[in-house]
Design a protein around this ligand. Structure first.
Ligand code: GDP
Ligand code: MG
Length: 184
């Protein structure tokens, strides 16, 4: 749920967004690229949940996205319900060069739906689009899966930055639009 913080301007918005998907698909690097314009060629997952707050300007309003990273929990299939609690948006990430991570998407979608108490604005993200020679999942397959499940879809590369900002912004804009329609 979006909420206003009393200590801040009343027109401020804060949305919780979660990153989910198999280990090593690039979740932490998508966040690093988006939040700090950094990339880690050999990142190792660490234990414990972390989040980062990013400011965005949408229609002249300051919107803050609190983006949560699993920080390695997913390796043990131990993403807790606390991780999902209150999330209004999700980036559901697979690696276009590893089909197995695409096959896991159904399980992640299920988990997201089980743990969240509302419709979560979700984008399916095929990351590592730079790995052209190693590709195992086509753009058409990604698009089709997204359409079947009513998700937004984008292919990204945390390495070369392609579509990274766009993927996060798509989710935040949609949440903002839904909420502002409800308020009006
Ligand atoms: P996470 O476990 O989902 O958080 O994945 P990480 O962000 O830790 O990334 C796992 C590995 O994939 C790291 O070695 C990254 O450098 C690499 N990686 C992440 N994103 C990309 C990308 O867009 N392209 C390429 N080529 N490698 C990536
Ligand atoms: Mg990670």
């Amino acid at each position: 749920m979006a909420f206003n913080n009393d200590e801040e301007k009343s027109d401020d918005y804060l949305f919780k967004i979660v990153l989910i998907g198999d280990s090593a698909v690039g979740k932490s690097n998508l966040l690093a690229r988006y939040a700090r314009d950094e990339f880690y060629p050999n990142s190792k997952s660490t234990i414990g949940v972390e989040f980062q707050t990013q400011k965005m300007d949408i229609d002249g309003k300051e919107v803050k996205a609190q983006i949560w990273d699993t920080a390695g929990q997913e390796r043990f299939r131990a993403v807790t319900s606390a991780y999902y609690r209150g999330a209004v948006g999700a980036l559901l990430v697979y690696d276009v060069s590893r089909r197995q991570t695409f096959d896991s998407i159904h399980r992640w979608l299920n988990e997201l739906q089980t743990h969240s108490d509302m419709n979560v604005v979700t984008i399916l993200v095929g990351n590592k689009s730079d790995l052209k020679d190693a590709r195992e999942v086509s753009t058409a397959e990604g698009k089709a899966l997204a359409e079947e499940n009513g998700l937004f879809f984008m292919e990204t590369s945390a390495l070369d930055s392609s579509n990274v900002v766009a993927a996060f912004q798509t989710v935040v804009k949609e949440i903002y639009n839904i909420l502002s329609r409800k308020v009006l």
